[in-house]
Design a protein around this ligand. Structure first.
Ligand SMILES: [Zn+2]
Ligand SMILES: [Zn+2]
Ligand SMILES: [Zn+2]
Length: 315
């Protein structure tokens, strides 16, 4: 996917943006940590598994923000997430258990797996302890359900001890297990809002590149005086570098314009701000014309006409 012309300032980052924008376009879901056997925790975006460290750099670059946390059980001794459940005998603590349907002879109170009561000679059940025949369920014998028998000490029980063993061999009881929290991410709102109109920006970029020979970049990143990296729908390199931004509808307009003015003040570049025609007059008195140049855009402005306006200013 040809997303943006590579410019001097960015090498790998434009593909990151395209990658996240493409994800955000398809999915509004948060990006949750997932446990992969052999890999540990990963974050899957567009079919790629990203490590915890890698996704953290996206957060630091303000491409993603934290939307919550998800906790995973971990070994309290070594923090490993590779855990397995171990079922142990409550008496001898060994793990050689067999699971089966349990039978109990009421008279002698012997209980064991059903198989032990099956006699090779008789059609009836025979108690292996007292050798009595058992005919009537509920009167002579009962079947309380599924249980476990320890092959080592012979104990029969309904609930085994549940232990958790890590890859390193540490065993812990369930109540000793630690929880390790990992962030749940969502794509930064800035990128989210761009994705809705990204196709339109791509068309403008195409006209700028092929028709006018101007280098430009969709979802370009520009570092402000404050050190913050801003992301713009289009960054155009001409005789001078300008950034192009849009307000395409009036909803939430006050907050949008404030954000754009603050951003403009942080940049040494001129911002070309396309706004609905009805807003051009209202905004003219608010924005510093040296910093933000207002241009009218309407629902039927063609990418060609926008590109032409940009080219006029870029030179
Ligand atoms: Zn461990
Ligand atoms: Zn045992
Ligand atoms: Zn018996």
């Amino acid at each position: 996917m040809a997303f943006g012309v590579k410019s001097r300032d960015l090498t790998k980052d434009d593909s990151t943006l395209a990658f996240l924008a493409s994800y955000a376009k398809k999915s509004k879901d948060s990006i949750r940590p997932q446990f992969r056997h052999g890999l540990g925790i990963v974050y899957e975006i567009e079919g790629l598994d990203l490590s915890v460290d890698r996704i953290k750099t996206y957060e630091e670059e303000k491409l993603l923000s934290i939307a919550g946390t998800a906790a995973y059980p971990s070994c309290p001794k070594c923090a490993s997430l590779l855990l397995a459940v171990r079922l142990n005998c409550p008496d001898c603590k060994k793990t050689s258990l067999a699971r089966s349907e349990i039978m109990i002879h009421y008279e002698c109170e012997y209980s064991a797996p059903v198989e032990e009561f099956v006699s090779p000679k008789d059609a009836e059940y025979v108690c292996p302890k007292c050798s009595k025949h058992m005919k009537r369920v509920g009167i002579e014998y009962g079947k309380p359900g599924i249980g476990f028998k320890c092959q080592d000490c012979g104990r029969v029980f309904q609930y085994p001890l549940v232990n958790i063993a890590c890859q390193g061999g540490h065993e812990s009881r369930i109540d000793e297990i630690d929880l390790k929290a990992f962030p749940v991410y969502r794509v930064n709102e800035e990128i989210q809002s761009f994705t809705e109109v990204a196709d339109y920006f791509m068309l403008i970029q195409k006209v700028l590149t092929t028709g006018m020979g101007a280098k430009s970049e969709v979802l370009g990143r520009v570092k402000g005086a404050s050190g913050v990296t801003h992301i713009f729908p289009l960054v155009v390199d001409g005789e001078r570098k300008v950034v192009v931004d849009f307000i395409l509808d009036e909803s939430g307009f006050d907050a949008k314009i404030l954000q754009k003015i603050l951003r403009g003040a942080d940049l040494k570049h001129v911002v070309l701000l396309f706004v609905p025609e009805s807003l051009v007059g209202r905004l003219a008195s608010i924005v510093n014309p040296e910093k933000i140049k207002l241009l009218a855009v309407s629902a039927d402005s063609s990418p060609e006409s926008i590109a032409a306006e940009i080219k006029k200013i870029v030179g």
